[in-house]
Structure formats: structure tokens, C-alpha cells
Design a binder for this molecule. Structure first.
Ligand SMILES: *Cc1c(COP(=O)(O)O)cnc(C)c1O
Length: 460
């Protein structure tokens, strides 16, 4: 199994990025319950034939869709060790929890947070953002709300985020009981950052209307074009207005590892909480989301719940309190920290930072190629590693939508789409450490090819 999967990773470039799932393959996953045992070799063979060729393709150097990490073999091997140990990271006194705490300390150091800051691995930034909103909610309503519920409170809380923010922020407001309508989507400026003037106007208007502003959420790396909000300005406003300052740094926060990009994040060190994903730019295998909270006491107060069967001791296996289960909703938790620890230690953060920086250099190369190709048009400024562009032509939305689907089905490359200023854009996010200039060239060539084919088809 190990040999096969290492071969797969080694030769990934020779495969199609993605391929449509044949109906007979899909049908194989409608089997009856396997009452009888089968040989491991036979089941692995099924994996190789029916599962492996039809996965998303984000390990491939020409996968440019959404923001997917490429994974890495060190992280993969660490996952094997994790499964062998089968540690439960909810609590108790064992070194796997020290490994998770080690990552918390490293993140504190990287983001210049105090020693009292706490952190926790979660599935991804969607959940990390939810935890950030919940701690922010405790900061303004107090821990009594955990018993009484928010309905018992008179205050109507409102939060602020840019219109370019990820949809999971609105979902976090919904799940926290505050309601997605209590999230103000502030318009962006020409660099796709939250418009600071509009933000302060909205805060004033809400206060005048008797509402209670409680949080500003900044984005470090918007999912559409990779814009980084002016985090220093947001930190300043949050400080002045006494609001919680949360940063959704899903992929962008780890630009802190790249000396040429880190200045873009200035202000993040003043955040009250930061959400980020190791499974995106840091290439740790899925899933490995993370939340860092400046006020560890408040973080604890938001989630800790005493229970007789989780009694803490000062000695023995039940020692080592507080436990990770005191800082989030999960009790049983996997050892996500190990693959992250291995990845950070084996490659070192300097090499990871150089890799992150290189993906941005490739994005600038793609930008240059687009600007130098008359059939193509750039649709948004390139700020990090995301490039939004399109093929020119009549009925361009349809044309570009078709180009992207054709690219997927050809197996040549897998960009995704987004809408920029009402126009459908081909969106290439360069996240994978395996991507090289020749992959960018192949993307351009593929877009031009399918654009030409479609325009000729229309003319015929
Ligand atoms: C990916 C992403 C998310 C969601 O993170 P998951 O790990 O997929 O849950 C949130 N915000 C931004 C800006 C993202 O890029």
C-alpha cells in the first residue's frame, strides 16, 4: 500500500489532473453491507482501480481550483503513525497533547501573541472561524449566555466583514445563534480590501440604531482574489471601538513564513483571534485547521464544561488539565498536530516560506503571460497567489465557463471560476508546491485552445 501510494505521488504529473467518474465506477459504491471478510490485497486493489484515479486531483501540479493544499509525503507518513498510535487528543496526560501544545507555542511566536494565548486544532478554518465568533460572543455577553442562551439577552450584536469574505463567516454567525443578518458585509475598495470608511460609517450607524457592534473580522487572503485587508487599520478601529478583532487567515496567515510577504500581514499580531489552515499553503494533508486566541482564559471559559467522567487529577493519566476538550466543542479528537509537527520540522519554516513565496512568483508569471496574450484579459489585481482572468469574446461568461469545464474534462488543468464585477472569471489559485512555470504555460495553452475551439464552433 505504501509503495503504491508513494509511486502515485511520484508520478502524479503523468496523470490527468481530474477525470469524469464513469457510471460503472460510481455504481461500485452502491454495494450491500460487507458481512463477510475479504482479503486486504483485493480491497486495496479496488482502491487502486476505483478510488485513486477519480479523486479531486489537488496533489497534481496543474490543480488550480479553489484553495486546496497539495499535501506532502512527510505529512502522509506521519498520518500513518498517527493512525497506528490511535491517540485521542481530547484530553488526559500524554505526549501527543504536548505536541499539539508545541504547535500552539510556535504559532504564538510566529504571530507575536503572548504566552497566555491558547490554540486548538480543528477540522478547518470554517470551524476555526466559528470558534472565534463564539469566543467573541462570550467576550461581550459573558459566560452566563452559555446557560441562558442569547435569546435571554437584550443586546442585538452585529459584526463586520468585507463583502469579499468567505461564506463560512456568515455561517458562523448563523450557527452561533446571532444570525447571518447580524453580519454586515462592507463594500471593498479597488484592491478588494474592506473599505475602512464604509466600515466606520456602518459601526456608527449601528450604534445610533441601538445595536451592539461586537466584532470585526478581517481577511488575510480573500478566497476570490487573495486580497489582504488592511489589518493594522482594522486592529486600530477594533481597539478604539472596543470590538473583538478576528482574522480569517485560512490560507493567507501562513504568508507570515515568507519574509517578502509577511509585511502584508502587519496588524495580525494585534488580533484577538486568528483562524488558519495548515492544510492549504503549508501542504499538511487534510484536515488541519487551527485557531489561536489571545485571551486564553476567555477561550477556556467559552468551552470548558465540568463532567464527572472527565474528572481531572494532579497525577496519573487524568492529569494535565486544561485539556484540548476545554477549548472547543470536540471531545474525541485526532492527532492532527503530528502531521503538522513532522511537516514543519522536516522541511523547516524557511523552506515552507520560500515555497509560499514561489507560488506568488508563479502567480505574477501567469499575470505577465495574460497581459502579453491579446486573447486574454486580467480581471483583478494579483496580490498573492490567485489570478483571475478570462478569454475575450462575445458572451464571455458562457465562453469562459465552457473553457473551464473543458479543461477539467481534458485532464490538462483544473482552475475554478468566480465572479468579479459581475463577470465570470477563470480563477487560478497556485497553492501546490509541485507547480512549476511549465504548468502555468500548460494552463495558458489549454485556455487558448479551448477558447479557439469554442469560438470556431460558434462561427460554424
Ligand atoms: C478555505 C477558506 C476558508 C474555509 O476553510 P476550510 O478549511 O475549508 O474550512 C475560510 N476562509 C478562507 C479565506 C478560505 O480560503
Amino acid at each position: 500500500m505504501l509503495d503504491d501510494i508513494l509511486d502515485y505521488i511520484e508520478h502524479i504529473r503523468e496523470r490527468p489532473v481530474w477525470q469524469p467518474i464513469p457510471e460503472d465506477i460510481r455504481a461500485k459504491f452502491h454495494e450491500a453491507v460487507p458481512y463477510k471478510p475479504r482479503d486486504l490485497t483485493a480491497v486495496h486493489d479496488e482502491f487502486i482501480r476505483n478510488i485513486l484515479p477519480y479523486s479531486t486531483g489537488n496533489t497534481h501540479p496543474r490543480f488550480f481550483g479553489w484553495v486546496h493544499g497539495g499535501g506532502n509525503p512527510v505529512g502522509m507518513l506521519a498520518e500513518m503513525l498517527t493512525a497506528g498510535l490511535n491517540a485521542n487528543l481530547g484530553g488526559r496526560d500524554h505526549v501527543p497533547i504536548e505536541v499539539e501544545r508545541q504547535i500552539v507555542h510556535w504559532m504564538r511566536d510566529l504571530f507575536a501573541f503572548p504566552a497566555t494565548a491558547t490554540g486548538l486544532f480543528v477540522t478547518g478554518t470554517s470551524i476555526a472561524n466559528l470558534l472565534g465568533i463564539l469566543v467573541a460572543r462570550t467576550s461581550v455577553l459573558g459566560i452566563g449566555t452559555r446557560r441562558q442562551g442569547i435569546a435571554a439577552n437584550e443586546k442585538r450584536l452585529v459584526a463586520y466583514v468585507s463583502a469579499a469574505a468567505h461564506g463560512c463567516i456568515a455561517k458562523a454567525m448563523d450557527l452561533s445563534g446571532l444570525g447571518s443578518e447580524a453580519l454586515r458585509l462592507i463594500p471593498t475598495n479597488d484592491r478588494h480590501q474592506i473599505n475602512i470608511k464604509e466600515l466606520t460609517n456602518a459601526i456608527d450607524a449601528d450604534r445610533n440604531a441601538g445595536l451592539t457592534p461586537f466584532a470585526i473580522i478581517g481577511t488575510a487572503g480573500t478566497v476570490d482574489i487573495g486580497a489582504v485587508d488592511d489589518l493594522a487599520a482594522l486592529a486600530h478601529i477594533a481597539g478604539r471601538e472596543k470590538l473583538w478583532f478576528h482574522v480569517d487567515g485560512a490560507f493567507g496567515a501562513l504568508a507570515i513564513l515568507a519574509p517578502d510577504l509577511a509585511p502584508l500581514l502587519t496588524g495580525i499580531e494585534s488580533a484577538d483571534s486568528i483562524a488558519l489552515d495548515f492544510h492549504k499553503w503549508a501542504q499538511v494533508p487534510y484536515d488541519a485547521g487551527f485557531i489561536l486566541v489571545r485571551d486564553g482564559t476567555l477561550h477556556y471559559d467559552t468551552f470548558a464544561s465540568p463532567a464527572a467522567y472527565l474528572r481531572r487529577e494532579t497525577r496519573g493519566l487524568a492529569a494535565g488539565s486544561p485539556w484540548p476538550c476545554d477549548f472547543g466543542p470536540d471531545l474525541s479528537r485526532s492527532f492532527r498536530a503530528l502531521k503538522t509537527w513532522f511537516t514543519l520540522k522536516v522541511y523547516g519554516t524557511e523552506a515552507l516560506g520560500a515555497m509560499i513565496s514561489n507560488t506568488c512568483a508563479l502567480a505574477r508569471y501567469l499575470e505577465l503571460r495574460i497581459l502579453g496574450t491579446s486573447e486574454l484579459e486580467l480581471l483583478a489585481p494579483v496580490q498573492l497567489n490567485i489570478v483571475c482572468f478570462r478569454h475575450r469574446g462575445p458572451d464571455a461568461d458562457k465562453l469562459n465557463g465552457k473553457i473551464v469545464v473543458d479543461l477539467h474534462e481534458s485532464g490538462i488543468a483544473a482552475p475554478s471560476t468566480t465572479t468579479i464585477g459581475g463577470q465570470l472569471a477563470i480563477r487560478a489559485a497556485i497553492v501546490n508546491h509541485r507547480t512549476e512555470q511549465r504548468d502555468i504555460d500548460a494552463l495558458i495553452k489549454g485556455v487558448l485552445h479551448f477558447g479557439r475551439v469554442e469560438l470556431l464552433r460558434r462561427a460554424a
